[in-house]
Design a protein around this ligand. Structure first.
Ligand code: ITT
Length: 201
C-alpha cells in the first residue's frame, strides 16, 4: 500500500483536521482539490453512512491505485428533530456558507423556543475507506453538546463557533484545535481508523 491518503472531499477544513490527526500514518494527505477532473459526487443518500460510501467509492473508482477516505458529517439538534443532519453543509440553501448556516440555525432554535438544555445536539462523523472502487470499511464517531446562544470564537469551521462540547464551557470555535481533535466526532472516528491502519498496513 502506498503512503498517500486521498481524502474524498472539497472541504479543505476537513482535510486539514484529518492531516493533523493522521499525519504520522501517511507521507501525504491530499484531497480532491488536487483532482479537478473528478466531478463532485451527488450526495443522494439519506444517512451519513450512505453519503460517505458514495463519496469514497466514486473517488476511489477514479483513482483506483490509491487509498481513499471520505468523511460525511454534520450536526443533529434535538429541538429541531435532528436537523440539519445530513443537510448540514447546505442548511441555508444551495449558496450556503458556514456563516449563513450558523445564522439559520440560531433562527430556527429561536423559532422553536429552545433554551438552555433544550439546545442539546451532537456532531456525527462517518468515515468510509475505499480502494480500487470498493468500500473497505467504515468508522463512526460522535460528540454530544449544546448549541450556544451566540457565536463564540474563530477556530475550526462550520458550526464550531456555536457548539459547546459536553464537559466544557467554551465552543469548538474557542477551544484549541488539539482539544477539539481529542474529543470531536471526527477525532473519535479517526481513532478507530488508526486501529484499523495499525492492524492492516
Ligand atoms: P464534502 O462533501 O466535499 O466532504 P462538505 O462540507 O459538503 O464537504 P458534508 O456533506 O459532510 O461535507 O457536510 C458537513 C457539514 O457539517 C460541514 O460543511 C459543516 O457545516 C458541518 N460540520 C461537519 N463537521 C464539522 C466540524 O468538525 N465542525 C463544524 N462543523 C462541522
Amino acid at each position: 500500500m502506498n503512503s498517500t491518503l486521498i481524502v474524498a472531499t472539497h472541504n479543505t477544513h476537513k482535510t486539514g483536521e484529518i492531516r493533523e490527526m493522521l499525519g504520522g500514518f501517511f507521507e501525504e494527505v491530499v484531497d480532491l482539490t488536487a483532482f479537478p477532473e473528478i466531478p463532485e459526487a451527488d450526495e443522494t443518500g439519506t444517512t451519513f453512512s450512505e453519503n460517505a460510501a458514495i463519496k469514497a467509492i466514486e473517488a476511489s473508482a477514479a483513482i483506483p491505485e490509491a487509498l481513499v477516505l471520505a468523511d460525511d458529517s454534520g450536526l443533529e439538534v434535538d429541538a429541531l428533530d435532528g436537523a440539519p443532519g445530513v443537510y448540514s453543509a447546505r442548511y441555508s440553501g444551495e449558496d450556503a456558507t458556514d456563516e449563513s448556516n450558523r445564522v439559520k440555525l440560531l433562527e430556527e432554535l429561536a423559532k422553536a423556543g429552545a433554551k438552555g438544555k433544550k439546545r442539546s445536539g451532537r456532531f456525527r462523523c462517518l468515515l468510509c475507506l475505499a480502494c480500487g472502487g470498493v468500500m473497505v470499511d467504515e468508522f463512526d464517531g460522535s460528540v454530544e453538546g449544546i448549541i450556544a446562544n451566540e457565536e463564540k470564537g474563530k477556530n475550526g469551521f462550520g458550526y464550531d463557533p456555536l457548539f459547546i462540547p459536553e464537559g466544557h464551557c467554551e465552543t469548538f470555535g474557542q477551544l484549541p484545535s488539539e482539544t477539539k481533535h481529542g474529543l470531536s466526532h471526527r477525532g473519535r472516528a479517526l481513532e478507530k481508523l488508526k486501529v484499523w491502519l495499525k492492524a492492516n498496513r
